[in-house]
Ligand binder design. Structure first.
Ligand code: PGA
Length: 243
């Protein structure tokens, strides 16, 4: 279960949220929070020894160099990050990240020992046009073509229909499962055995009320939680639903 705080929080709010999570969660599932860069140090300290993992929301595709404003994967590792979101739809649509860039970011993250959470998903227009699998397939191909099986074992995927993010609309469990199964099949073209072990998260308006039915689907292995991860009670209830 991964929380995506997006560009929310401040020192005081973060401390309250993280203390609520660390005192309450007895994680029977793996739980992590992806926080804004400036708070990695704070979150890392507050999460130490809690069993909750630290993650970031973006990473440079470059290892080091003259890239003003960028943050490298080794820097994230330096601050104790285990995960990093890569290719979130907000990065793709608002900041113009391309499939090729997203693929390079996945490799850069893995080279630094991080687990990239590769985000894929179609827009409403694409779903209505019946091209969901084409779009998700293209996003996956950029990362998977030529990928060695050992890298597949260190990858997570998040299926996030763009029309469900922050909108209160959720894919039905059946709609989500169909795409998750499609993703698993595509992963299996790299390595069948490794594909079975890849965690595929669902994201897009997951709430305590709809979490359990989504997570009950065979290929939905967890959730990427935006808005609800900012409310300790809701995020904890969603983690509970994962059991
Ligand atoms: P949401 O965001 O849960 O607020 O819809 C999910 C995400 O963007 O990762």
């Amino acid at each position: 279960m991964a929380g995506n705080w997006k560009m929310h929080g401040n020192l005081q709010q973060n401390a309250a949220l993280l203390s609520a999570l660390t005192t309450a969660v007895a994680p029977s599932c793996e739980v992590g929070v992806c926080v804004p860069y400036p708070y990695l140090s704070q979150a890392g300290q507050l999460l130490a020894g809690s069993g909750l993992a630290l993650g970031a929301q973006n990473v440079s595709e470059h290892a080091v160099g003259a890239y003003t404003g960028e943050v490298s994967a080794t820097m994230l590792a330096d601050f104790g990050c285990r995960y990093v979101l890569v290719g979130h739809s907000e990065r793709r649509t608002l900041f113009g990240e391309t499939d090729a860039q997203v693929a390079a970011k996945c490799l850069a993250a893995q080279d630094a020992g991080l687990v990239p959470v590769l985000c894929v998903g179609e827009t409403l227009a694409e779903r209505q046009a019946g091209v969901t699998e084409t779009v998700v397939g293209r996003q996956l191909a950029a990362v998977l073509d030529g990928l060695v099986p050992e890298r597949l074992e260190r990858l997570m995927v998040a299926y996030e229909p763009v029309w469900a993010i922050g909108t209160g609309l959720t894919a039905s469990p059946e709609e989500a499962q169909a795409v998750h199964a499609f993703i698993r099949h595509r992963l299996a073209t790299v390595d069948m055995q490794a594909a079975d072990g890849v965690r595929i998260l669902y994201g897009g308006s997951v709430k305590p009320q709809n979490a359990a039915t989504l997570f009950a689907q065979p290929d939905i292995d967890g959730g990427l939680i935006g808005g609800a991860s900012l409310v300790a009670e809701d995020f904890l209830a969603i983690c509970q639903a994962a059991k």
